[in-house]
Design a protein around this ligand. Structure first.
Ligand code: NAP
Length: 456
């Protein structure tokens, strides 16, 4: 990044602010669009907010984002507020004008852009909203604006749901929002609804929790949209999937609220192609999966299990999943159906994992990165580590191992050398990090991976 005399500053005020992904979104956009701007986080307390906003204006800062706990308080320090932000009662984006900053809410249009990206229309639809906090208010406002038919807000604290329903029914002059408790889902007509999950239940590390656990509820879901994106597939989404419904997480909402803010600051329109590039970066950053690739015998399983035990990841072995799915060993799959069939199974498993997995260490079959479509899937799934092993070490480790179908036949040592030479550039092309593992202990390899990822 080249800071010049013309570089503009953009930032995020929040408390806490350290785990934000917004710098990744905005600095990627500046880099792709060649815009001379830098986005940084500003840890700002409630008491310092007024000075922070006034100081930012004096310092010619181009714009700011606001996150917890500032989205409503900041409204006191603005020269103007966009109508929807005023009505929602939350501002997350400050845009510089001649008189001060004007406040916008890009969370709500960000979620709408996500919903539309899936081809979902809200008009004339029956909607359930779980939760009645700040996020639920944006969701309910969006549903009213898009002319949904009936909206049911289900919340643990009924009074909060009632307050929100009354406010929006009055504001829009239509009485189509009803407030209910979470248990009241049993009173709803037995048909299909679009369901927005906007409570904070299910956020990592509470991955197995959903605000409603009963399977009966999920029989009502046509499409479920969870505003949470960590884990990538939340318990709410899993339950929707099990009930045969479609389900999406909130990562695209995060993406689009950022894109819309960036459009406002720079008075530009950002294409879907550029949004896709930023989304790929977000996917990698949020999913937190570590994928181990490399030649057979390089230690993917041993290192993967060690990392998962020590650092609290789920361990997944693609070969094991394939054997379970096929009900036979990999050697038998090769013998019975041939290599192409096996490679297709690998691709199927990888596709499934790509749609679901987060916070996992994944040990992959040695030939998996050979297919171009697998390379793409690996990049989407997480950060790829190539365990680079010397042929002599593999020969030593695999001597006497008769379970490797590719090494059957004459002169396996020669075959190992040929295959390693052929595959090495392929492994390197897909890897975020390459690690030399010959003669290195499992503990040191694991440490190098974890250190490398924290710097990457
Ligand atoms: P909030 O204002 O604090 O509201 C929290 C909601 O969760 C309330 O409805 C609350 O119910 C409910 N809740 C909390 N603990 C509960 C429990 N133990 N049992 C049942 N319900 C419980 O939070 P928010 O700002 O609306 O955010 C909600 C979620 O949306 C967060 O997880 C956030 O990460 C996510 N979000 C995502 C994006 C995105 O870009 N994808 C943007 C904004 C928010 P009560 O009223 O009964 O307390």
């Amino acid at each position: 990044m080249n800071i010049t005399g013309r570089t503009r500053l953009i930032g995020l005020c929040g408390d806490p602010v350290e785990h934000t992904l917004s710098p990744l979104i905005h600095n990627t956009l500046s880099s792709i669009l060649n815009i001379d701007a830098v986005y940084v986080p500003f840890h700002t307390t409630k008491f310092g907010l007024e000075n922070a906003v006034r100081g930012a204006y004096e310092l010619n800062i181009l714009g700011l984002n606001m996150t917890v706990p500032h989205k409503s308080h900041v409204m006191d320090y603005l020269c103007d507020i966009d109508k929807a932000a005023l009505e929602i009662g939350a501002v997350n984006t400050l845009v510089r004008t001649d008189n001060g900053y004007k406040g916008y809410n890009t969370d709500m249009p960000g979620l709408l852009r996500e919903v539309k990206s899936y081809g979902i229309e809200l008009n004339n639809k029956d909607i359930i909203i779980l939760g009645a906090g700040g996020a639920a208010k944006s969701v309910a406002y969006m549903c009213m604006q898009e002319s949904a038919s009936n909206i049911f807000i289900l919340n643990r604290t009924l009074s909060k749901a009632t307050e929100l329903a009354d406010y929006l029914n009055d504001l829009f002059g239509r009485k189509c929002i009803s407030a209910m408790t979470l248990e009241d889902y049993k009173k709803l007509d037995k048909k299909k609804y679009i369901v927005f999950q906007s409570t904070s239940i299910g956020l990592h590390p509470n991955d197995n929790n959903a605000v409603i656990m009963e399977d009966d509820f999920y029989g009502l879901v046509d499409i479920g949209i969870d505003l949470i994106y960590n884990p990538f597939e939340t318990a709410f989404m899993k339950k929707c999937h099990t009930a045969g419904a479609k389900a999406y997480n909130g990562l695209k909402m995060l993406l689009y609220q950022g894109i819309i803010a960036y459009e406002l600051w720079n008075d530009i329109s950002i294409s879907e192609d550029i949004a896709d590039i930023v989304y790929e970066k977000l996917l990698k950053a949020t999913r937190n999966n570590i994928i181990l690739t490399g030649f057979m015998g390089c230690g993917k399983t041993t290192v993967g299990k060690y990392i998962s035990d020590k650092y609290g990841y789920t361990f997944v072995d693609t070969d094991e999943l394939i054997e379970k799915r096929a009900g036979m060993s990999i050697s038998s799959i090769f013998e019975t159906h041939g290599e192409d069939y096996f490679r297709q199974l690998e691709n199927d498993i990888l596709t499934e994992l790509t749609d679901k997995l987060s916070n996992a260490v994944i040990s992959t079959g040695g030939g998996l990165p050979l297919r171009d479509d697998n390379k793409e899937l690996l990049c989407r799934l997480g950060r790829v580590i190539y365990l680079d092993v010397e042929a002599a070490e593999v020969i030593k480790r695999l001597s006497g191992d008769t379970t490797r179908p590719l090494l059957k036949g004459e002169n396996p040592d020669k075959k190992i050398m040929e295959l390693i030479n052929y595959r090495k550039p392929i492994y390197e092309s897909v890897a975020d990090i390459s690690i030399q593992v010959s003669g290195v202990s499992v503990v040191d390899i694991a440490r190098e991976i974890v250190d490398g990822l924290s710097k990457a």
